[in-house]
Design a protein around this ligand. Structure first.
Ligand SMILES: [Zn+2]
Length: 640
């Protein structure tokens, strides 16, 4: 999964309580008798109501049904049970069957199938959210787009592994809309689409997008294993790629193949939603990814620059996350708790490889790659929270941290294993390159770890020891200590050795980089995290709101807090395009910068003692050292 960063120094994200509930231990090899049928009516996007009919074959007697709680890729008990309404269960003969919710686990229902019953009919609605939320809990419907995650529209019998339950799905689409999914279509008639019966595991792993405006683009013309880019948008004009954009995304497929050397899909579909109104994130699957970004991704260069890394990230997950997965995340079904301790590999290495592939494929230039790396490095280097919470704990508590607000993010810390993970893997990559005198690199680890069992879909779990063992096989080193020292440390500085060993250093200049500006423009904030220590909203309806204040920064010391609204600087109305002028005016002097802020219904003036001028991160070349960063992002020779 990939959240869209809200700002450089902040990666922000109500936690659900962990339940010790009645988890029936799945009998993994025990196949559920009979086939579930599932029909989802998506024909009315205007009201955002998904109408579900499900048939579950049963035997008479006590029965427990689960609604999916732990969502693969979300690493959290983030299932959308609160949006389920209207649930009526009947027998084939129309007899109503009462159900009762488990008192320890809200995702579990208990009922008794009456004598003679051979199946139960479930009828309910998913009230798809109209605003707010993160990831799968965010908006997934507009009047021209619908994104369907199957885990949101089904119950399943307890006591079985997801791969041991068979489901035959069907959807009813709005008239004339296009659709895409990794599922195989068996028949279409009057807007109804029937799919092949698949395991519950494969169904949940195969979301569907549908839209009034739809395009399907071949990213691997002539290749034996097809890869497509499927687009839905609120406007037809948002579906147009330029030739360089098309070529770069075709390069992504060949560069990924050259990197991994094996595939774990029969075909792959990027299911790409382009809308201002849906949630914005990516969610990985084995044979597809559910990618949702801003409407003008292909038509506005800044939006393309800011979001260019999403598809490569989710694509890498087909290998790292789906095929190979930390043992604690390989659960039998969606109601067994997940352990997130190795997310710094699952997500951190994916963040690293995804961004490397974004550069190798030409979606980003080398300079743009360095600009994003500078922003990541600077952000992680302003995380005093490392003093109390090490990186390991951000992974251990990920199931909560994905859903915490952005306030005080530099002290609280968030899902930092993405960005700090990227820095650690760069550190590992450049270490291998240095120790092997350029003969080997992290690419060799990637091929050895992920490029095995070509064509296999069988999940291959891994442990910390497996990672260390493969690293040692590529380049002998004390990798356990290398990794643990970076994961467990409480030093406040970020692990920037990979950048230094790459021949570059993080520096700060008066001018923000193009990537830095693009991110702020796209996400509608002004990032003064490295000068005053403020992140300020530039969205029209929240203009001037302090999204965050960096812990121990000049703004923090002056008493500012997230949620206040910045009204004026030095007696002049706040204007995000003129803040740098005020910072320059105060540079080198003694007079503090006066900020008028609104705190609920009070007005307050604070004096910020800051004289360093505008500060925006960049990478600067260290002359006389090898440019290993350039080697890292050099395209590889294509393999088939
Ligand atoms: Zn991810």
């Amino acid at each position: 999964m990939r959240p869209m960063p809200r700002m450089a120094a902040v990666l922000a994200f109500s936690s659900l309580l962990f339940c010790r509930a009645a988890i029936t231990a799945p009998q993994s090899d025990h196949r559920y008798a009979g086939e579930l049928t599932l029909s989802v009516d998506l024909a009315d996007p205007g009201q955002k109501i998904f109408r579900v009919r499900e048939r579950i074959p049963v035997r008479a007697g006590a029965l427990t049904l689960y609604y999916p709680k732990w969502i693969p890729g979300e690493h959290s008990p983030s299932g959308t049970i609160r949006d389920v309404a209207g649930l009526i269960i009947t027998t084939d003969g129309g007899q109503r069957v009462d159900w009762r919710r488990d008192l320890d686990d809200m995702f579990t229902l208990h009922l008794t199938a009456p004598p003679g019953a051979t199946s139960l009919q479930l009828e309910f609605q998913l009230l798809s959210p109209g605003s707010g939320g993160d990831f799968g809990q965010s908006v997934s419907v507009t009047d021209r787009i619908e994104d369907l995650e199957w885990n949101q529209v089904l119950f399943y019998p307890a006591g079985y592994a997801a791969r041991s339950i068979t489901v035959r799905p069907r959807v009813q689409l709005p008239a004339g809309w296009g659709y895409a999914t990794a599922l195989a279509t068996t028949a279409t008639h009057d807007g109804a689409v029937d799919f092949d019966a698949v395991s519950l595991e494969q169904l949940v792993d195969s979301p569907l997008i549908t839209g009034r405006y739809f395009a399907r683009i071949d990213l691997a013309p002539g290749a034996p294993v097809p890869v497509h880019l499927d687009l839905v948008a609120d406007h037809d004009s948002d579906l147009k790629l330029t030739d360089p954009q098309l070529q770069a995304h075709r390069n992504l497929v060949t560069q990924a193949q050259a990197l991994f050397g094996a595939r774990h899909y029969e075909h792959y579909d990027f299911l790409f939603t382009l809308s201002e109104d849906t949630g914005h994130f990516g969610l990985e699957h084995s044979q597809s990814s559910d990618d949702r970004l801003f409407a003008k991704f292909f038509t506005d260069p800044d939006t393309y620059l800011a979001g260019g890394g999403l598809l490569p990230h989710e694509y890498v997950h087909s290998w790292n996350g789906k095929f190979r997965r930390p043992a604690g995340l390989v659960t039998a079904n969606y109601n067994v708790p997940m352990h997130d301790e190795l997310l710094w590999v699952y997500e951190g290495l994916t963040e690293y490889l995804g961004n490397v592939l974004t550069a190798r494929s030409g979606i980003w230039t080398a300079e743009q790659y360095r600009e994003q790396l500078a922003a990541t490095a600077a952000g992680m280097d302003h995380r005093p929270g490392r003093g109390w919470r090490n990186l390991q704990d951000t992974a251990d508590e990920a199931q909560v941290l994905y859903y915490v607000p952005g306030d005080w993010s530099t002290w609280r810390r968030g899902v930092d294993f993405y960005e700090e993970g990227e820095l650690i893997w760069l550190d590992a990559d450049t270490t291998i390159r240095e120790l092997s005198a350029g003969r080997r690199s992290l690419d060799d680890f990637v091929r050895a770890f992920y490029g095995v069992d070509d064509g296999s879909f069988v999940v291959k779990p891994y442990t910390f020891e497996d990672v260390v063992k493969t690293l040692n096989a590529v380049q002998p080193n004390d990798w356990a200590r290398f990794l643990r020292s970076r994961l467990d440390t409480h030093v406040t500085a970020a692990p920037l050795a990979g950048i230094t060993r790459g021949g570059w250093t993080v520096s700060y200049s008066e001018q923000p980089s193009a990537s830095f500006k693009a991110r702020g423009k796209t996400r509608k904030f002004l990032d003064l995290g490295y000068s005053l220590g403020l992140m300020i909203s530039t969205a029209v309806d929240d203009y001037g709101k302090l999204l965050d204040v960096v812990w121990n920064s000049p703004a923090f010391t002056a008493g500012l807090a997230p949620g206040m609204k910045l009204l004026a600087i030095n007696g002049r109305k706040f204007d995000d395009e003129r803040v740098d002028e005020e910072l320059k005016a105060a540079q080198g002097g003694n007079a503090p910068i006066e900020i008028l802020a609104k705190n609920l219904d009070s007005y307050t003036t604070v004096k910020v003692d800051y004289h360093g001028g505008p500060m925006y991160p960049r990478l600067t070349r260290v002359t006389g050292t090898p440019d290993r960063l350039d080697e890292v992002i050099a395209p590889k020779a294509a393999s088939n």
